[in-house]
Ligand binder design. Sequence first.
Ligand code: SF4
Length: 309
Amino acid sequence: MPMKRVYPDYYPDFRCVAGDCGHNCCIGWEIDINSAALRRYDGMRGKMGDRLRASIARDENGARFILDASERCPLLNKDGLCDLIIEAGEKALCQICRDHPRFRLRLRDREEMGLGLCCQEACRLILSQREPVRLILEDDGRSKAEMGRSDLRMLARRDHLIALAQDRSLSIPERMARILEAEHAALPPVAMEQWVRVLLDLERLDDGWTDILEAGLRSGPVQADAVIQEQLLVYFLYRHCLKEWRCQDYALGAVPFCVLSTQLIAWLCREPAELSEIARMYSAEIEYSDENLAALLDTLDQYNRGEDT
Ligand code: SF4
C-alpha cells in the first residue's frame, strides 16, 4: 500500500546489540506468535521445525513461546543470540520479534514509527540526542488518500505540543506548564512522593523497579539534564497523544501522562548516570504494561474531567 512514513530522525540509527544487551527482550516478556508466523512454523521441516513446535503453547487466545524456568525464550542461546535467526534469518521471526522495540501507529495512509524506551539500546539512542529531534516524513507520492479534518487537527495539535517541548528559551517546568495550558489540562496537585506510592501499588515485573521507587522515597532527586528531559517529553508526546486522542478512552489523560512520566523519571534519578536505566524501567513497567498504563491514564483522565480520583 502506498504510504507516508514518519519517524524520529534517530530511528534509522537503531541496531539491536543482541548478545551484548543487559536486558535482553527475549527474557521475561510474553512472546505472542502471529498467525502467519505460526503457519510457517507448523510447516517448517527439520530439527528447527521440531524444536519450534515443541516450544509453542497454544490455547483459545492464540500461541506463544513457552519461556523456561528463568523466563528465557526457548530459542535464545547461551550467548544471548536467537537460534532461529542464526538458522533461518530475521525473516523467519514472528511479527513481535521482528518489530520490537519498534512501535507503529497507522493514520489512514500514514504510518508513524518509533523506538520504544523499554529497549536498553533504543533508550540510550533516544536520550543521547543533543539536538531537538525532528520527525522525518517519507512520502512515496503514490497515495491519493485525503487525511480527514479531525486527523489533520490532531496532527497539528501534537506538532504544537512537540514544538513547546523543544522551546529551549524556556526551562523544562515552563515548557511543561505551557504544554498543559495549551491542552487546558492539569496534573493533580500532589507531591511526587505520592505518585511514587501510586507506582508502588501497581503491578511490578522487576524487583529492581521496587528498589528504584523506594530509593526515590528515601532521598532527594538530582537535577536531571534539561536536554534529556526534553527528549523524554518529545518521546512520550510523539508516542501517546495520537493513540489516546483517537481511541478516546483516556483522551484527556494523554498529555498529563506524558508530562508526569517525564517528571517521574527525572525525579527518581539520584545520579545522572542512572537516568537511562530508570527511563528504560519506567517504560517496561508502565508503558509496556497495558494494565499499569491504563491505571495511570485513567487517573489523569478522570482528574481532567473533573471527576473524583
Ligand atoms: S532490548 Fe533492545 S538491544 Fe536488547 S536484545 Fe532487545 S531489541 Fe536488542
